[in-house]
Each structure stands twice: as C-alpha cells, then as structure tokens.
Design a protein around this ligand. Structure first.
Ligand SMILES: Cc1cc2nc3c(=O)[nH]c(=O)nc-3n(C[C@H](O)[C@H](O)[C@H](O)COP(=O)(O)OP(=O)(O)OC[C@H]3O[C@@H](n4cnc5c(N)ncnc54)[C@H](O)[C@@H]3O)c2cc1C
Length: 561
C-alpha cells in the first residue's frame, strides 16, 4: 500500500528553458488544473529528469508531460524518451514552434506523442485546455488509485483471475491487481479477510463485503452495471455494443428513438481490446480501444440510450410489427426495429494444451490486461493481422522479447504498412515466418510452446511465458441461426446479398427489396463485422451503425402502429 498516493494529486510536469514561457505555462496550468493536479516546473530536460526520478521514488503519479521541443542540452523528444520509461502511462504533449512540426510528427511514432501544440497557445481556453483536458481525462480513466478503488487478489497465471481482471478493465472499472504469490500486501489482505486461498481471486470493494471467485454477473451487480431494461418496449433495440452498436445507439437516441443497447460482455467490442487504434479518422496519434469505448458510451448515454451489460441476447423473433429479443436471464424485450451488431470473436486454436491453459499463459487477444505481467519475459504472438501487430508493439513495452509466429512468408500481405514498418525496426520484436503452433505444455500455466517450422521442416519446443492468439474470427450469430439468412460461415446476409436474381428472401412479405443493411426479416438490421462481406474496421463498423439508423427511420415511417 502506498499512503502517499492517497493524498498526492497527480502531477503535470511542465518543462521549458525559457523562464518567461515556463512561468506563463505554469500559471495557465495552475489556473485550470490546480485543484486536482500539482503543477511541477523544470527549467531544463536534465532538471526535469531529476524531478521524474524523485516523483517515482515517492510513488507520486505523473499524469502529463508538457515539454518544449527546443531546449538547450536536451530536446523535448529526448527528455520524453527517458521520462516515459519511468512513467509509461503519462500523456505526452510537445510544445513546438512552426519549424519543429516535422520533429513533432516523428515523435508521434518515436515516443507515442499524444499531441503537439504550437506556440503561442493564447488564448489557453481555445488552444491549450481542450487538448489537455481530454488527455487528462483519458489518463484518469485508466489510472488505478492504489487506496480507494477495487482490489483484486489472485494468482497471475489463473484463468479465473484473468477473467475477473479482463471483465473489470473492459467495463472501464479501475482496479488494483495484487499477486497472491509475490505481493506482501496481497498476503496481508488474504490474512485479514481470512479468505480461502483455493477460492481466488478475491475482489475487495471499498464500500462493502468482498467477493470470492465472483461470476461476471455478481461483479456487474456490485459495480452497479444495469442489467434489467427499464421499459418493456423500445423503438430500437441494438444487440452488441462494439463500435457499430455504439454508433447506432448515438445516432438512434440523438434522433429521438427510444433506444436500448444490450451487451453480453463489455462495451467496446473487439475495438475495446485494442491497445492503439491508429487509423481512425481524427486521431493522428491514435487512441486506445478503451478510450474510444469510454467516449462512445458517454455519448450514447448522454443522448438517452439505455445500456444493459453484461446480458446476452439468446434468441430473436418477429411477430406482426413487433420484434422480440430474449435475454440470458429469460426475460424478453420488444421493439419495432432490431439491430444486430454482435461482431465476431477470435477463432479458437485447436491444438493440444491450448484449451487447458487458456487464461493461464495462453490468451485470445488479451494483450491489454496481461501486458504488465509480461515485464522482462519472453512472449509470443500468433497471427499476422493488424490486431496481432498492435499487440506485439504494445507487449514490447514490457516484455524482454516478442516473437511473432506467422504462417505466411511475411507480414506484408496481411498487415497495414505502418505497423509492418514499426515491427521491422523494433529491436525487441522478431518475426518468425512460416511457423505455426503445434501445441502448448505446462503444469498450472504455460511453460513451453511447440513450434512447427515449415521452412526447416522440424518441430521444436521453446520456453514461453505467454502466448497471445490472433487467428481470424467467427461471427456471433448462432442465436439468430433459425431466424435470419446467413452465409456458409455464419455471417448475416443483408440488402442486395439476399436477392437471388430478382427473387426476394423466403417469407419476405413487403412490396420492396430489403434495405442495404436489412436482413431477411423486415425491421431486423445488421451492421459491422457480423455482416456478410463487411470491411472489418472500426470506421466501417461506426459508419454502418450510423447508416443503419437511417434505414430504421425509413422502416419505422411505414410500420403499422
Ligand atoms: C485487437 C484488435 C485490434 C484492432 N485494431 C483495429 C484498428 O487499429 N483499426 C481498425 O479499423 N480496426 C481494428 N480492429 C477491428 C475492429 O475492432 C472491428 O472491426 C470492430 O470492432 C467491429 O465492430 P462491431 O461493432 O461490428 O463488432 P465488435 O467490435 O465485435 O462488437 C460486437 C459486440 O457484440 C457483443 N455481443 C456478441 N454477441 C452478443 C449477444 N448475443 N448478446 C449481446 N452482446 C453480444 C460482443 O460482446 C461485442 O462487444 C481491431 C480488432 C481487434 C480484435
């Protein structure tokens, strides 16, 4: 436990070697953020690094570095390169003159710069505060306060602990992880709570009794997630709160539709598990999936969307003008229009050992939650798509080595070029082409991966701490298999994809063709990755989610009351 951080405000460290600029910046920052943050000044890169060291020793968190690029001795980027090793989660903003723009753009890759600001920044209300407030909010959302939040005590390589951590982080609930084996504090807490160590993880709440090995539903109830619809009927029910479902919720609710969003796991979908989305319009430095989800959820709620999570839709049916969805708890909710945005999930790797060790060293796309535990370890990533590439880069911040096991000859055909370039020049990442995983072994947790090398034609076992699997996806559509037309892989057919020549789908009773995103049942729509031939990108999922709402309006304008 760290008594200091209970009282210490997170720090904004501002660095500039021009005294007048430094004072003006510090003054502006204190005025806006002084109540919740401590503004620390440093007059050179060297002095700032000393301050960083002291803050770290005293366990005071740094939320943001605001640094002038042009300084004598050490440039802003050079300072950031060193400082982020000590505070990897702190946000980074460079203060630049017009001539430094190129350095700032390079810094987006080199030090994962969050933003660069041009001097002068007056008026700060327009040119300084909006950017910094956004970044400080992001930092705050992922910052786990050591004392006051939820604490999870468990074994690092346990599937149950992994599930609990993953559920909390994907629902954007900050928590502190305490390893029962290595953390003194964990031992003390287990003793105090007289918890049975065979029933870990233990989840401690600041405001009430703890839970041993809780289910996701028990956790959801304790952290106050909403699991029952407030009304029996909605204009629009959306199933799945990935980018597509969230976009539909924002547009639906903002355009006056009574909107319910049902999510089986945690808002954000696949995008929510991404460490850094770099190709989403409007975010030149990228943003994490967690940030995107948090913003989208806030926006959807602001417009009046009701969100239920974690609650799965298990069945859908149509009756006259009404559409019904059955939920895991057996209850039913009805609506005029139903949007299915249930996306896809990772295909399972079917080789010996994987099922038993999943969650205990073997993970499907869980790079965000487990990355910290990989510090100074050798880890492997299986897959060659963008998600595998992002994970490798994220893991390399902590692991001593990351090996990418790639079935093909190279990454070029399957991964975006910007990721390929980062990986090729990364000193900790190795790409191992023409290799596949033939099995995994280990007692309680992963110890070795059996790798088949298709070039050498041999099979070898290598020691490994963790294996992250990213090998394609299957759609979540089993629950509508009897209701909607799907393709041979289970993706939902929509619009023109449903027409055989001029013939409309079986049972279609309207005197028009299905709308672009409408399924084989009028009034049931599909958007995002779950749809046949969808693009499988965040932007396209968001686009389809918002477009679907336009078709819902057209459908509703003709639906009988
Ligand atoms: C690790 C990773 C990194 C990625 N990085 C990028 C990137 O950088 N750029 C990019 O453009 N794309 C990226 N992608 C792809 C992108 O995330 C997806 O294309 C996008 O998330 C699809 O959105 P969606 O809403 O259609 O579906 P999903 O994101 O899959 O969301 C579907 C949601 O539906 C829920 N659900 C499923 N079944 C049910 C049910 N029966 N009841 C209730 N809820 C249900 C799921 O829990 C999930 O939350 C990445 C994907 C991954 C996995």
């Amino acid at each position: 436990m760290n008594p200091v951080s209970k009282v210490e405000r997170p720090v904004i460290l501002v660095v500039d070697d021009e005294p007048a600029v430094l004072s003006a910046l510090a003054r502006d920052l204190r005025r806006e953020y002084g109540q919740h943050h401590r503004v620390v000044r440093a007059a050179s890169g060297e002095a700032a690094l000393e301050a960083v060291r002291e803050l770290k020793l005293r366990a005071v968190p740094v939320a943001l570095f605001l640094v002038d690029q042009r300084m004598m001795g050490m440039s802003g980027v050079e300072f950031l390169e060193n400082a982020i090793e000590v505070f990897p989660d702190a946000k980074r903003v460079l203060l630049t003159a017009y001539a430094d723009t190129q350095a700032a753009i390079s810094a987006i890759n080199d030090v994962a710069l969050n933003h660069y600001l041009m001097k002068p920044w007056n008026p700060p209300e327009d040119n300084l505060y909006p950017v910094l407030t956004d970044l400080l909010d992001d930092w705050q959302a992922s910052y786990a306060p050591p004392f006051e939040g939820i604490r999870v005590v468990g074994h690092q390589l346990s599937a149950q602990s992994h599930r609990v951590k993953d559920f909390l982080s994907r629902n954007l609930v900050p928590y502190q992880w305490l390893d029962a084996e290595f953390d003194e504090e964990a031992g003390r807490l287990l003793e105090l709570s007289s918890s049975d160590s065979s029933r870990l993880p233990l989840v401690l709440f600041p405001d009430g009794p703890s839970l041993e090995q809780p289910s996701n539903v028990q956790l959801a109830e304790r952290i106050g997630l909403k699991m029952h619809p407030g009304l029996p009927f909605y204009d629009l029910v959306i199933v799945g709160a990935g980018p597509s479902g969230l976009a539909a919720a924002v547009y639906g609710a903002s355009e006056g539709l009574g909107t319910l969003l049902i999510e089986g796991d945690a808002p954000g979908g696949q995008a929510g598990t991404s460490s850094r989305i770099e190709n989403y319009l409007g975010f030149p430095s990228g943003l994490s999936g967690g940030d995107l989800s948090r913003r989208a959820v806030a926006q959807a709620i602001r417009f009046g969307t009701e969100i239920l999570t974690p609650l799965e839709a298990t069945c859908a049916r149509a009756e006259g003008p009404y559409r019904f969805v059955t939920l895991t708890d057996g209850s039913e909710v009805s609506c005029h229009a139903l949007l299915i945005a249930t996306g896809v999930s990772y295909r399972k790797l079917d080789v010996p050992g994987v099922e038993r060790l999943t969650g205990a060293g073997v993970y499907y796309g869980a790079a965000l939650t487990e990355a910290l535990a990989c510090r100074d370890r050798d880890v492997f990533v299986l897959g060659a798509g963008n998600s595998a590439g992002q994970a490798a880069i994220h893991l390399s911040r902590y692991a001593s080595s990351v090996t990418m096991l790639v079935r093909g000859d190279s990454l070029d055909r399957t991964m975006s070029q910007y990721l390929v370039s980062q990986i090729e020049t990364h000193e900790k990442i190795t790409v191992s082409p023409r290799t596949t995983v033939a099995g995994v072994t280990g007692g309680g947790s992963l110890e070795e991966i059996v790798i088949k090398d298709h070039t050498a034609g041999d099979v070898r076992s290598v020691p490994a701490f963790a294996l992250f699997i990213f090998i394609g996806a299957t759609p979540h559509t089993e629950w509508v298999a009897d209701v909607l037309e799907r393709d041979s892989s289970g993706f939902i057919l929509t619009g023109p994809g449903l027409l055989r020549g001029a013939r409309r789908p079986r049972g279609w009773h309207l005197d028009r063709d299905p709308f672009l995103l409408e399924t084989s049942v009028p009034g049931i729509f599909a958007a995002g990755d779950v749809r046949h031939r969808s693009v499988k990108r965040v932007a396209s999922a968001v686009g389809e989610g918002s477009m679907a709402v336009q078709f819902v309006h057209q459908y509703l304008s003709r639906v009988p009351e």
